[in-house]
Design a binder for this molecule. Structure first.
Ligand code: 2HA
Ligand code: ZN
Length: 271
């Protein structure tokens, strides 16, 4: 038995939040992450079996009663998580009433889960209903992707086509394309519902003028997805800075060949 602080879960959270901060995706308290953990994977730790306190969550999470999530805290800074993991992260279990969580570890200064917990949990509900292997939900503020949401029509096909054509890797990593919701107020149940709905068809959703919301099997994969989308958005932004006129390009045929070579099914509506 060892303390949960020494677990791979906490170590990965420290690593990924630091990396995301260093990418300029998580200024101040921007961004949040949740990771679903199986009860069997918690049995090795000495300090996660008693309830520290109960925290109300303001919406109905009955579908995932009993599930465990390691989550970043509201108002906490990604820049600080690796130095203060026990203060800025919390391990919670959805309580029997479905409307609150039991805190089992962390949030030592009285903290609570991220303000975007509705969007995270609504997404986890849908993923778990579909028996998805995706356990990680990550939100952050990737600069170039946000910039594109000001200068392009907010159309999934348009965004997906542009991002696919910016580098050979894109269509292999996100063959579904990117989902887009309308601009909505963050932290609300409404943005949570709209986001969770999109994430049944896409792995990444653009929140216009705000950021990205993505899912993956683990922290590394989810981070890598956002990194790839943001890399494509950066290339697009630099092309625009160079004057915008392209004399060479990746064409539809190239995209079809890439999909065949890497055995992915591109979204037929977009190609
Ligand atoms: O966690 O990024 O969308 C702070 C935010 C809210
Ligand atoms: Zn945000």
């Amino acid at each position: 038995m060892k303390p949960f602080l020494e677990s791979d879960f906490v170590n990965q959270m420290k690593d990924i939040t630091s990396q995301a901060y260093n990418h300029n995706w998580d200024e101040r308290n921007g961004g949040n992450i949740s990771l679903r953990i199986d009860s069997k994977d918690l049995s090795n730790y000495s300090d996660v079996s008693t309830i520290i306190r109960n925290i109300k969550i303001g919406f109905d999470a009955r579908e995932v009663i009993g599930q465990y999530y390691l989550v970043t805290g509201t108002g906490k800074y990604f820049r600080n998580i690796s130095s203060f993991p026990e203060r800025d992260l919390g391990l919670v279990q959805i309580a029997k009433d479905g409307k609150s969580v039991d805190l089992l570890w962390g949030f030592t200064d009285g903290g609570q889960p991220t303000s975007e917990f509705p969007a995270h949990l609504m997404t986890h509900c849908k993923l778990q209903k579909n028996n998805s292997d995706k356990r990680c939900v990550m939100h952050c503020h990737p600069t170039n992707l946000i910039a594109m949401s000001f200068t392009l029509p907010l159309q999934e096909k348009k965004f997906s086509q542009i991002l696919w054509r910016m580098q050979a890797e894109s269509i292999v990593v996100f063959p579904e394309g990117v989902g887009i919701i309308p601009y909505m107020t963050p932290g609300t149940n409404e943005i949570g519902r709209a986001t969770a709905d999109k994430l049944t068809r896409y792995k990444i959703v653009l929140w216009p003028h705000h950021g990205a919301f993505a899912v993956g099997s683990d922290l590394d994969e989810t981070f890598g997805l956002i990194e790839t989308v943001e890399k494509a958005a950066s290339i697009y932004s630099i092309i625009k800075m160079h004057g915008g006129r392209m004399i060479n390009s990746i064409n539809d045929n190239n995209l079809i060949e890439l999909s065949k070579r890497f055995s992915v099914q591109p979204n037929k509506e977009f190609l």
